[in-house]
Design a binder for this molecule. Structure first.
Ligand SMILES: [Cu+2]
Length: 200
């Protein structure tokens, strides 16, 4: 009788321990999940997430400068805080690319005087997307692994992308959109920055 009571007591204690364990596990999971989703708002950016803010006409990284290690996946949260469409694009030769877009715009304008600035920007942008993506892939083959090398965002839009840099060096990021700066690009107004990749 006494031992049955003791067993009953043990069972209760065991059940209580299991219940506490389950509750603790659930609470930890919820907290961890919450932190993973909202943690950057609560505790500032975790070390491996970098913020890139876009607006007229700047690219502001946080922290500044962004210094990352070769071979390690890097998470960027890119936010368009401006009132125009912007992009983050990796460029091998910024001046060349910016000039190319400007010249193409001016040429198109000369050849098609009936077209509005908006129409010309649209045509250049479409070509820009096709040609650039191909050029970027070639220029950065073996240097950057991950998502597309050109990320376009509408005003107020944001996205999270992951890149792994396979070679050390300075990687220029720029916005080559033209809204508000036509026939020049946003980059000409200073909308560019860099990601510094160092040996691990
Ligand atoms: Cu821009």
């Amino acid at each position: 009788m006494a031992s049955e009571a003791a067993n009953g007591g043990n069972n209760v204690a065991l059940l209580a321990a299991i219940a506490i364990g389950v509750i603790f596990f659930a609470a930890t999971s919820v907290a961890l999940g919450y932190f993973m989703v909202f943690g950057e708002n609560l505790a500032g950016p975790p070390q491996d997430i970098y913020i890139i803010r876009l607006s007229e006409y700047v690219i502001e990284p946080e922290p500044d400068p962004i210094i990352v290690k070769v071979g390690q996946p890097v998470v960027f949260r890119i936010v368009n805080e401006g009132s125009a469409e912007h992009e983050v694009m990796f460029v091998a030769d910024l001046e060349m690319m910016a000039n190319m877009i400007k010249e193409a715009s001016l040429r198109l304008q000369q050849e098609n005087p009936e077209l509005s600035v908006e129409e010309i920007m649209e045509i250049v942008d479409e070509r820009h997307e096709m040609i650039m993506e191909e050029m970027l892939e070639k220029a950065f083959a073996g240097k950057i692994e991950g998502e597309e090398l050109m990320i376009e965002l509408e005003p107020g839009e944001s996205t999270v992308v992951t890149f792994t840099f396979l070679e050390p060096g300075i990687y220029i990021i720029a916005c080559l959109k033209q809204e508000g700066t036509f026939p020049g690009t946003h980059a000409e107004e200073g909308m560019f920055n860099q990601v510094i990749v160092v040996e691990g």
